[in-house]
Design a protein. Sequence first.
Length: 424
Amino acid sequence: MRATIRSLRNLPKAFQMIDMADIDAVEGWLVNQALMSARVPDMFGDLCIRLRETGVEIDRALLAWTTLHPLFDAETAFWKTGEAVQHARFEHAREGEEENEVWLSSPMRAVQLERLPRLRRYLEGANAEFDFPLCAELCAEGYTDYFVLVTNFQMPALQEMRGQTGIMISWATKQSGGFREDQIQAIEYIQPRLALAAKANLESEIARTIAETYLGRSAGTRVLNGQIRHGDGEKINAVIFYCDMRNSTRIAEALGPDPYLRWLNGYFSATAGAVMAEGGEVLDFIGDAVLAVFPIGETGLQGAVQHAIAAADKSLQNVERINTQPGKAASQPVLEIGIALSVGEVMFGNIGVPERMTFSVIGQTVHAAARIETLTKAVQKHTLMTGEIAQFVPERAEAAGDFELNGFEEPEPLFALRPAAKVK
């Protein structure tokens, strides 16, 4: 483990410019980062500064890594002397989409495709090489040396999908003559330690992403904070948002499996997406139904209701947009939905069996919302709500009648939500 350090200490005095006690300090700092929850981009920016302070004359560095996220395929952290680190995330490539020209001609892509452990290009003097456009660009900016180093590691969350994964970093300097050999060896020594710290923190981020993606932001946080036992949970007061798609069986049969899956995801984007945009928590997709809550917390009941109403309005506007989009085929089905809004106390916690649980809400308020939604078609209204919700939007509430609901001793008065005024 200390072989590289020993080789640095054995360099001739004329070339031994780096104090290895400083490198040891950087290594110790990275160990602490591995034990903490530091963001990888911030950690990388701090590392570059610390390395410069030890005598490793880095002027530009780019860290790239793959991730597991429903939206993003890879991330980068870019650092330059005197500037704050820049964090970028890159979306999954869409089918038929061409790759970015800059990436196609980049040295880092060549390293990735050819599975090279490293690549170095001198940018000044007789040994200068400009076989990549970036090399010529860096030379014009005053850089003298460019070095790409790959550190592989295993990450179970990515292993089956991607095979070997890890981090790749390009290091560049403006130092006359390029990197000295002791500086290169210092980078080669430190990068695996950075990879170890990055791996620990990336695994934590991936775990949080998976939990929040499949359970929801609040539920995912609760689970990661220790609420994982069968029956763990608490009672909360919340506005329930329950949305269902009409004629789903007929549409599924007409479209076929793959087109219907795309159709379904478009519907969920229109409805669940509206809930999330308003700060609601999507708890479950029950077939083609969306179950979500707006907890009555700091905003109070009025605030939760306002957000739920706004989510219902946005859902219907999104659906109308889908139905009236330019170029829509005449054979394309019409998307119709029903939305129910109710309010009350629910149990928010783990349900199921110890070996297979989900985090959701249960209670009379949820059952009422599901029953209310089925009535939207009967009364030919898109949104129905209970009196507790309607009192906050009297100018838009329209009495729909009294209805028998499971769990309620007396018929429950329901109100239709008049469409929101369109903004011109």
